[in-house]
Design a protein around this ligand. Structure first.
Ligand code: CMP
Length: 141
C-alpha cells in the first residue's frame, strides 16, 4: 500500500456546532496524519469552482449556500491508503446510511450538512489539495 495524501474539509455546520476537535480526533485515531490545516471562509466563486463537478445536480445551489455560510477547516491528511481510510472513517454521504461510529453518523445532520468532505480518489485529492494549499505549506512526515 502506498503513502497517499487526501483533502478533508470540516464543513460550516460542523465548525459552528463546535465539532472540529471531535472530527480531527477521529481522523488521528485511524492513523491519518494532519500535515496541513487552515480555517477559511469560501467565496461564492471558490465554492462553485471547488464543487464544479456537481454544477448540474439539483442539490448544487443548496450545497453552495451551505459551503459559504461560515468558515471551514481544510486539511491535508497523509497515511497508507489515505483516500480510502478517510472515506471509511467519514462514512456514507447520507448520515442516515453511515456506519455507526463514523464521522458522518456522529456529527452529520443530514445529507447536505454531513459534517465533512473528503476526496474520492487519489487524482481528485491532488487537484483538491492544490486548490487550497501551496506545496510549501504542506509538511509531510
Ligand atoms: P461532499 O462529499 O461534500 O460532496 C458533495 C456534497 O453534496 C455531498 O458531500 C453532500 O453534502 C451534498 N449533497 C446534497 N444532496 C446530495 C445528494 N442527493 N447526493 C449527493 N450529495 C449530496
Amino acid at each position: 500500500m502506498a503513502t497517499e495524501q487526501t483533502l478533508s474539509i470540516v464543513k460550516p455546520s460542523a465548525v459552528a456546532a463546535n465539532h472540529i476537535g471531535g472530527i480531527l480526533h477521529k481522523l488521528e485515531q485511524v492513523g491519518l496524519k494532519i500535515i496541513a490545516a487552515k480555517m477559511i471562509h469560501l467565496t461564492l466563486e471558490q465554492a462553485e469552482e471547488f464543487y464544479g463537478v456537481h454544477r448540474e445536480r439539483p442539490f448544487f445551489p443548496e450545497l453552495i449556500d451551505l459551503m459559504v455560510s461560515g468558515p471551514i477547516l481544510v486539511q491535508v491528511l497523509e497515511g497508507e491508503d489515505a483516500v480510502k481510510v478517510n472515506r471509511d472513517v467519514m462514512g456514507a454521504t447520507d448520515p442516515t446510511e453511515a456506519a455507526p461510529e463514523t464521522i458522518r453518523a456522529i456529527y452529520g445532520k443530514n445529507i447536505s450538512e454531513n459534517a465533512v468532505h473528503g476526496s474520492d480518489a487519489p487524482e481528485t485529492a491532488a487537484r483538491e489539495i492544490a486548490f487550497f494549499f501551496d506545496q510549501n505549506t504542506i509538511f509531510p512526515r
